[in-house]
Design a protein around this ligand. Structure first.
Ligand code: TPP
Ligand code: MG
Length: 822
């Protein structure tokens, strides 16, 4: 809590009550006739047109999935197609008022939203901009098939481009909007303001908040719409996203023009079902989803239910709510009521609902109703509506023909380029700043109290007699992290850092002491206890072009951000066809002393997931150099730090930790001390226990150990390790993660394969036990100890003369532990 806000007991203990405002439900009641003064004929017809395009597009997919053909053209599409037939008015109403620089995010069922927003953007962009967008996307590869033979206007061409780009993406063609790597559930096209759609239910719930934050912090035009299903309101990331989006600090603490709410509309596409579960009456208790807004902040998120069967009701709501956002009073929650005639997926037998119910909604079909109303109000003739339908069918048919043609729309050529997708996983760029403008800071860096304090510290931990300086005088690992981070804040204007206790507390482990003085609120702030949203927001922020440095206070809390770390952060660079970059560095602190749920080394988890870089420095020199590299990059980095060694000084790099900027390339292990008899490869803070083991080996057994610090897990260059093994013929691999399925095991298996001929014995892995982490008093029985390393060498590699091991590293013990699963 910031000191500026005094919590007065006499105030907060007073009795009273909370009064809620009424939440409007379907209050729009204008007839089409009445709306004639607000919409031109063209505008009415455009609304009708856009709904028809979505209907025909989805009908085409439905027929392909259920009958294997559309308009006599056969095709087999093995992938997903979650259709939104019935929901067109909700999508078109949502998109109609949005400008190109307004962004939408969506779900697995977002074809309709892609088309609606794309059509809205096409309508608003001038021809020149449209040409540029179409020609520059993948060097015109998506445009070429529709451009050939096109006669008509640029806008007409752009509609074909939109339909074809989306469809080719769904059919996994290289000409698709995302090179076919996103597919039906993830397709998007950013130049039209269509941002990623998400196959994980509720996945957009926090990512979209990050996009809104990007717009606010970087003063970008436009708002962000998070289209999410009614059932997704049960998901943690959605709730966490709402919590993050409604934090009071935006209006209470953020300064100057930053004061005010996020430009976000949470748009619940309420089709009243989550697969077969009825959200109202069965799987949720909200009854009317708009009620949710009431619990989130005092203005109830300006929540409303809107009749999503009437496009004009949705447009009316968006006009009013955009104004709320312009007045900096967002975010807004809309409950847009709709219904899908189509099944959850085309194979859905609708066993969970009656035929009568579907028919009742079909009877009120918004497209038919809207068309009839246009005719009744003498806005359009039947013939005009018919013409729209015919033209649309032609466009959809032609797009389909093009998209299924293997010559015109090939899949990626994996025969010719077998590593193509692999190469798209990471962008490996070196970018100092994501935008070129002056970073907002509170004071010149040299006036920062922490910077001044650090300048007096000893950057190498020993004096000329080899004696260590006092702790207070020693430049520590946390200082290395701080230097890299503050330096980047003064270089990259988009950089933001946040997490739990990041601001006034100075970071849970004092890495950020001094940053509060340096930065305004909007660049460094406290997040709610929402680890999912902490990561998810960073993803959305990075997707829009910013760089983010979120923090997870303890490694053990990574599980809370599981979907974001495993499914979102690593995947979007490749799933976007490399349209997006992901410059996100997640600082993750690995604990000790705090028992089973605060002391786990989970480095193996992100290392297992393709698309993440993973580092774990153990020295101040490496911490600064690796943090610099991570923050200079454009890839997601999970940056592990150990709480055991935040205050350790630099004992390897004799020149001390440089004051100036330098990078340590991610992926390069480092030989910390040379030796000839045994290699010990260490990950993270075990390095210092390895040093002790090396001392015992040297002093008692006259063996010299070569100590290698892995520094990074992904990527990992084996060269130095193999070189070392060639010399020593023996290797021990150690780290604090539970040994089973750890990265230590992965290293051992690769080293066995790569250096088999040079090894006297198989690599020995010494991780922690496969138990709960016990209390600090018992930790030495759990985490690798120097004696374990000596004992293991004795048992498994090289019997040591007169050595009496205390720990059992025999094969029998190993067999037994595995057999018992411990
Ligand atoms: C995390 C997660 N859980 C379950 C699923 C499987 N699933 C896909 S769609 C869906 C229902 C989603 O309902 P809603 O959010 O209302 O969207 P709708 O399908 O109605 O558009 C489920 C359970 C999933 N994709 N992701
Ligand atoms: Mg639903």
């Amino acid at each position: 809590m910031p000191k500026t806000q005094f919590i007065n007991p006499s105030e907060v203990r007073k009795s009273g009550q909370i009064d809620f405002q009424p939440i409007p439900v379907n209050q729009y009641n204008k007839s089409i006739k009445e709306e004639k003064e607000n919409f031109s004929k063209d505008e009415f017809l455009k609304i009708y047109h856009d709904m028809v395009v979505i209907r025909e597009f989805e009908t085409m997919l439905n027929l392909i999935k259920t009958r294997g053909e559309y308009n006599g053209i056969p095709y087999h599409h093995p992938g997903p197609a979650h259709l939104s037939i019935g929901q067109e008015a909700a999508a078109v109403g949502m998109a109609y008022t949005l400008d190109t620089e307004d962004f939408i995010f969506g779900s697995h069922r977002s074809h309709g939203e892609i088309l609606a927003k794309g059509l809205s953007a096409i309508n608003k962009l001038d021809d020149e901009s449209l040409q540029k967008i179409m020609e520059s996307h993948f060097d015109g590869k998506t445009l070429a098939p529709v451009k050939s033979g096109h006669k008509g206007t640029t806008k007409e061409l752009a509609i074909k481009f939109l339909v074809y780009g989306t469809l080719s993406e769904i059919f996994a063609r290289e000409t698709g909007f995302n090179k076919g790597l996103g597919g039906s559930m993830h397709a998007f096209f950013t130049p039209f303001g269509v941002y990623p759609n998400n196959a994980i239910v509720g996945g957009s719930g926090d990512i979209a908040v990050g996009a809104a934050l990007f717009k606010k912090v970087n003063r970008k035009k436009g708002i962000v719409v998070a289209n999410i299903g009614d059932a997704s309101m049960a998901c943690g990331p959605v709730w966490e996203g709402l919590t993050f989006a409604t934090m009071a600090q935006y209006t209470e603490l953020w300064e100057g023009d930053m004061k005010g709410g996020l430009p976000l509309i949470v748009n619940i596409v309420n089709n009243q079902y989550g697969m077969g579960g009825q959200t109202s009456g069965e799987t949720m208790g909200y009854d009317i989803a708009a009620r949710i807004g009431a619990g989130l902040n005092a203005n109830q998120m300006h929540s409303e239910r809107v009749d999503g069967y009437n496009p004009l009701a949705v447009i009316d709501a968006y006009r009013r709510k955009k104004k709320v956002i312009q007045d900096k009073k967002g975010p807004v929650l809309l409950d847009v009521l709709t219904y899908r005639f189509s099944g959850h997926s085309p194979s859905d037998a609708s066993s969970y609902r009656t035929k009568e119910e579907i028919e009742a909604w079909e009877e009120q079909d918004s497209i038919i109703w809207f068309g009839n109303e246009l005719v009744k109000a003498e806005i359009a003739t039947e013939a005009e509506l018919e013409e729209i339908k015919t033209k649309t069918t032609t466009i959809i048919s032609n797009s389909m023909k093009l998209a299924i043609d293997d010559e015109i729309s090939p899949h990626m050529d994996m025969d010719k380029y077998p590593n193509l997708i692999g190469e798209m996983m990471l962008s490996n760029r070196s970018v100092e700043k994501m935008e070129d403008r002056k970073p907002e800071v509170n004071l010149p860096i040299e006036e920062n109290p922490r910077v001044r304090q650090i300048s007096k510290k000893e950057r190498f931990m020993f004096d000329e007699n080899g004696e260590p300086f006092s702790k207070i005088k020693t430049y520590a690992l946390r200082d290395g992290l701080f230097e890299a981070i503050i330096d980047r804040f003064y270089k990259d204007p988009t950089l933001i850092a946040y997490g739990e206790e990041n601001r006034d507390w100075g970071g849970a482990f004092a890495v950020y002491r001094g940053l509060t003085e340096a930065l305004p609120y909007h660049r460094l702030f406290n997040a709610p206890i929402s680890e999912g949203a902490i990561v998810g927001v960073a993803i959305g922020y990075a997707m829009c072009g910013g760089r983010a440095l979120p923090e997870i206070m303890y490694c053990d809390f990574l599980g809370r951000a599981g979907d974001e770390v495993f499914n979102q952060l690593p995947k979007w660079q490749a799933m976007s066809g490399n349209v997006l970059k992901m410059p996100v560095v997640i600082r993750v602190s690995v604990g000790s002393k705090y028992g089973a749920q605060h002391s786990q080394d989970w480095t193996a988890l992100p290392a297992h997931i393709p698309g993440l870089k993973v580092v774990f420095p153990a020295t101040p020199y490496d911490a600064k150099g690796l943090m610099n590299a991570a923050l200079q990059g454009t890839d997601p980095v999970v940056f592990f730090e150990s709480q055991r060694i935040y205050d350790i000084g630099e004992m390897f790099h004799k020149e001390g930790v440089p004051e100036e900027y330098y990078e340590i390339p991610i992926g390069e292990p480092d030989v910390k001390t040379e030796g000839k008899d045994v290699t010990i490869l260490s990950i993270g803070a075990t390095l210092y226990r390895v040093l002790e083991a090396a001392k015992i080996l040297e002093e008692k057994y006259n063996l010299s150990a070569e100590i290698i610090d892995a520094r990074s897990l992904v990527p990992f260059n084996y060269e130095k390790v193999i070189e070392s093994v060639k010399k020593t013929g023996r290797i021990v691999i150690t780290g604090d993660a539970p040994a089973r399925c750890s990265f230590l095991r992965d290293l051992a298996s690769n080293i066995t394969e790569l250096a088999f001929d040079y090894l006297d014995a198989p690599p020995v892995v010494i991780g922690s036990r496969n138990w709960i982490t016990p209390a600090h008093e018992l930790e030495d029985y759990f985490f690798p100890q120097p004696e374990w390393i000596v004992d293991a060498i004795h048992h498994k590699i090289l019997p040591l003369e007169n050595h009496e091991p205390k720990n059992d590293f025999s094969d029998e013990e190993q067999m037994d532990r595995n057999a018992r699963g411990i």
